[in-house]
Design a protein around this ligand. Sequence first.
Ligand code: ZN
Length: 236
Amino acid sequence: MDDLLSALHSRRTLVQAGVMLPLAVGLTSCAKDPPAPEKAPAVADVVPVRGGTAGLVELIAVDPSIQLDLRYATTNNFTGRVLYKQARAFMVEPAAKAVVRAHKALAPQGLGLSIFDAYRPWAVTKQLWDATEPAKLDYVANPKRGSRHNRGCAIDLTLCRLSHGAQLPMPSGFDDFSERAHRNYMGGTAEETANRATLEKAMVDQGFIGMSNEWWHFDYKDWAQYPVLDIAFEEL
Ligand SMILES: [Zn+2]
């Protein structure tokens, strides 16, 4: 998720640039998604792909040593609700393989990746939107547009110790809606800041782009080539 401040900042930046934005587009975040200034018409409603597997693969099928901490399969998330019936993490195959390469590249440092969220079915994005009171819709992705998580091309993750699995300290927790989540936030400890940089380097080296306002969120570089999907975990 990106936070409200960042969403507002993004919107302000686009408005300053003379870009007309429909309400709620450009104000989205991860559960919620990043503002998407790319080529697709901002007002076009996406038609999610249903059926098949759409090239999604399960991360632990590619590398079972990746740690899963899938918050939306628990109540330990910003909604306080269980959104996923199954605790599973999928991405499109090239993105999944790139995540595994990042995971392996960290191993010599005794580190690995711990996954908070990956592919998110469009229906879950819609469910979040429908359940959100109007005043708080800035916090959720507009299902009319879909999100990069819906495309199987975004991932939320952190670092963990390979030896005992503990997650490393970062400047904020997952889904912290404050400036502490921003990549350029320098108010954390030296260790937290260094950990954030280690995660970012590992992901960028494998073709991911970090979201500026969420240290845990990365988009696979080719995300625009993949459609929005609405395939339940149970079907995969
Ligand atoms: Zn995300």
